[in-house]
Design a protein around this ligand. Structure first.
Ligand SMILES: O=C1O[C@H](COP(=O)(O)O)[C@@H](O)[C@H](O)[C@H]1O
Length: 302
């Protein structure tokens, strides 16, 4: 027997050690009754840190992530005719791979997708380090996305020029209302910004203790001294990320457990400057997709 996408509240007796700020939902995806217990995933929400979804396996996480993105796409297309989505690079792209499979490849209205990058390495679009190349090779070359709806950075420019050019491109699309405008800032309001998180807690190309975290005026900025190679990058700023209608942060593996705890748990002021913790959409929704390893140091889920 297959049981798909059911939800059941955990008996309160099982939650004795859990802070009551959370509403826990026990959720099984695509699993047989016998394997139910093994395939369970936890889902909870916590004030301004958003919703946290913890998965037993990468396969289950990928399915839930694809479901979630497909749902947001449907809602956005219904509400304003398009789905504007900003991608990151890294492990996120492989975790989005299920979007290329049934049913999503047929059911999602790909013609309405407009694709941007929350951060990009300043390298040629054909370079192995390019976030555009990664997404193209593994995602949108396999999907019927309209080529003119894909907005890579201009790779013939310097980092500074590329950031300013990208901002211009986004501004034009805001002007013609392909991209919505935030009503809490003068920033674009992307329907979805998808972020990975590094073991140091960086998101997009916003690195810990970097002056880029202070940028309040620009939509897109650049760095030339990234602690993670390659050094030259452009990135959405925190005001843009925090103006999105939806932000998803995906982190997997034990190497990210400390950063995940610092980003999500109710911890001391020393964590407040961690880039992943500074992701705090003003009116949008924040959802964390973690596997067990990345969630292993979360106080509230242990
Ligand atoms: O350099 C980058 O790293 C982060 C995290 O990558 P991951 O492989 O650890 O998931 C990524 O989100 C960002 O887009 C990328 O430029």
């Amino acid at each position: 027997m297959l049981i798909n996408h059911y939800s059941v509240f955990i008996p309160i007796s099982l939650l004795d050690s859990v802070d009551r700020q959370f509403d826990y939902i026990l959720r099984g995806c695509h699993c047989s009754a016998r394997s139910l217990a093994r395939n369970m995933a936890f889902e909870g929400s916590m004030k301004d840190r958003g919703e946290v979804r913890i998965h037993e396996s990468l396969d289950e996480l990928s399915t839930d992530l694809a479901d979630y993105i497909a749902e947001l796409s449907e809602v956005s297309v219904k509400e304003h005719g398009v789905f504007t989505v900003a991608l990151s690079g890294g492990s996120l792209i492989n975790l989005m791979r299920k979007l290329c499979d049934a049913p999503y490849n047929k059911t999602v209205d790909w013609s309405k997708w407009y694709i941007f990058w929350a951060d990009e390495r300043v390298v040629a679009k054909t370079h192995v380090d390019s976030n555009y190349k990664l997404a193209k090779d593994h995602l949108f070359s396999k999907l019927p996305i309209v080529p003119s709806h894909v907005y890579p950075i201009n790779d013939s420019l310097t980092a500074e020029e590329a950031a300013s050019d990208y901002k211009f491109v986004i501004r034009q699309l805001v002007r013609i209302r392909v991209i919505n405008v935030s009503n809490i800032s003068d920033c674009p309001k992307f329907d979805l910004i998808l972020l990975g998180m590094g073991p140091d807690g960086h998101v997009a190309s916003l690195f810990p203790n970097h002056s880029v975290l202070e940028e309040k005026n620009e939509w897109v900025t650049f760095i030339t001294n990234s602690p993670k190679p390659p050094p030259e990058r452009i990135t959405f700023t925190l005001p843009v990320i925090n103006s999105a209608a939806n932000v998803v942060v995906v982190a997997t593996g034990g190497g990210k457990a400390e950063a995940a705890s610092m980003a999500i748990d109710d911890v001391g002021p020393e964590c407040l400057g961690l880039p992943a913790r500074m992701v705090q959409p003003g009116v949008g929704k924040l959802v964390w997709f973690l596997d067990n390893e990345a969630a292993s140091k979360l106080k509230r889920f242990s």
